[in-house]
Design a protein around this ligand. Structure first.
Ligand code: ARG
Length: 279
C-alpha cells in the first residue's frame, strides 16, 4: 500500500512567538521564500514514494505547518491534539474539520489534558505498541486513556531536555523494528525501557551533532528516510541496514524547532498485528 502523508504549506509560516528553545532569538528572523523552497523540496522528494495530501494553511496559526502535531492516526481513527500552548490551540478546529471531512472518526481527550499527537505518540513499526513522550508537551495521564480508546499497549517515555521537547525530535521507529534515537534526551528509566523493548542490534543511537541537526526527526516510508541532515557515519549505519537516506535542508523550520517529520503526518497507519507466539 502506498503511504499517504498530510502536509500543510508554509503560506503563513513564521516564528511569531517562543514556545521552545529553538525559537528563542528567531522571532521574525525567518526567510519565507527559503521556507517555501525547502518545504516544496521535501514535499517533492516524499511525493516520489508516497502520496502527499494537503490541508489548507490558515493565517494566525503559523505552526500549523507542523502537521505531525495535528493528532494521532490509527486506521480510520484520529485522536485530535489538545495543544499545551494557547499559541497553537487555534489549529485544533482546522485539523478536526479536515479529518472529519476525510471520513476519519475524530476522538477527543478530556479538556484539561495536553496531547500533541504524532509529535509525542509514535507507533512502533514492529510491535503492537505506542510510544508516548511526556514531560514537556503531552501529559503522561494520556497514556491510560489512549491505551483504553485504542486498545493498544503504551510505553511512556520521559523527555528531560527542553531542546528535545517532542518525542519525534529524538526518537524515530523505523521499518523492520529499527529505532533511531538520541538516548540522553530521555531519563534513565525510559532509556532502560527502550533497551528492554528494542534489542541492541536494532537500536541506532545518534551522536550529539546528528541530534542537533534533527536527524531523528526523520520521515520513514518503506526503506526511504527523509531528513534535514545526517553525518556520513549515521548515513552509513542506516545504509548498512538497508535504508536509503535522502537529505534535504529544512533550516527555516528548525528556527521554529521542527524538521522533516514534524512537517508530515502519516495518514495510513494500520494497527500492527500482535506478534504470534511460536508454538
Ligand atoms: N514551533 C512548534 C512547537 O513548538 C514546532 C513543532 C514541531 N513539531 C514536532 N512534531 N516536533 O510546537
Amino acid at each position: 500500500m502506498t503511504d499517504r502523508l498530510l502536509m500543510c504549506a508554509p503560506d503563513y509560516f513564521e516564528v511569531a512567538y517562543v514556545i521552545n528553545p529553538w525559537m528563542e532569538g528567531n522571532v521574525a528572523r525567518g526567510n519565507s521564500n527559503a521556507a517555501m523552497r525547502q518545504w516544496n523540496a521535501l514535499a517533492r522528494l516524499i511525493g516520489k514514494v508516497a502520496q502527499v495530501e494537503r490541508v489548507a494553511a490558515v493565517p494566525g496559526v503559523p505552526d500549523m505547518v507542523f502537521t505531525a502535531n495535528a493528532g494521532l492516526v490509527l486506521e480510520n481513527r484520529f485522536v485530535l491534539s489538545r495543544f499545551r500552548h494557547a499559541e497553537r490551540q487555534g489549529e485544533e478546529p482546522h485539523f478536526a474539520k479536515w479529518f472529519a471531512d476525510q471520513g476519519f472518526e475524530v476522538l477527543t481527550l478530556p479538556p484539561d489534558m495536553a496531547f500533541e499527537g504524532a509529535g509525542d505518540a509514535l507507533l512502533d513499526r514492529q510491535a503492537p505498541l505506542l510510544w508516548l513522550g511526556h514531560g514537556h508537551r503531552s501529559d503522561a495521564a494520556c497514556a491510560p486513556l489512549l491505551a483504553n480508546r485504542l486498545d493498544m499497549e503504551i510505553q511512556p517515555l520521559k523527555l528531560v531536555d527542553q531542546r528535545f521537547y517532542h518525542l519525534d525530535t529524538c526518537f524515530c521507529p523505523l521499518e523492520g523494528g529499527y529505532l533511531l534515537y538520541y538516548p540522553v534526551a530521555f531519563d534513565i528509566a525510559s532509556q532502560a525501557s527502550i533497551a528492554a523493548r528494542v534489542p541492541a542490534e536494532y537500536r541506532i543511537p545518534v551522536a550529539d551533532a546528528d541530534a542537533f541537526d534533527f536527524a531523528c526527526n526523520a520521515v520513514n516510508c518503506g526503506r526511504n528516510i527523509f531528513l534535514n541532515r545526517a553525518s556520513d557515519a549515521l548515513t552509513g549505519e542506516l545504509r548498512s541496514r538497508g535504508f536509503a537516506v535522502r537529505q534535504t535542508p529544512l533550516t527555516e523550520f528548525m528556527k521554529a524547532g521542527g524538521s522533516a517529520k514534524c512537517l508530515t503526518l502519516k495518514l495510513t497507519e494500520a494497527q500492527p498485528l500482535p506478534v504470534k507466539a511460536v508454538a
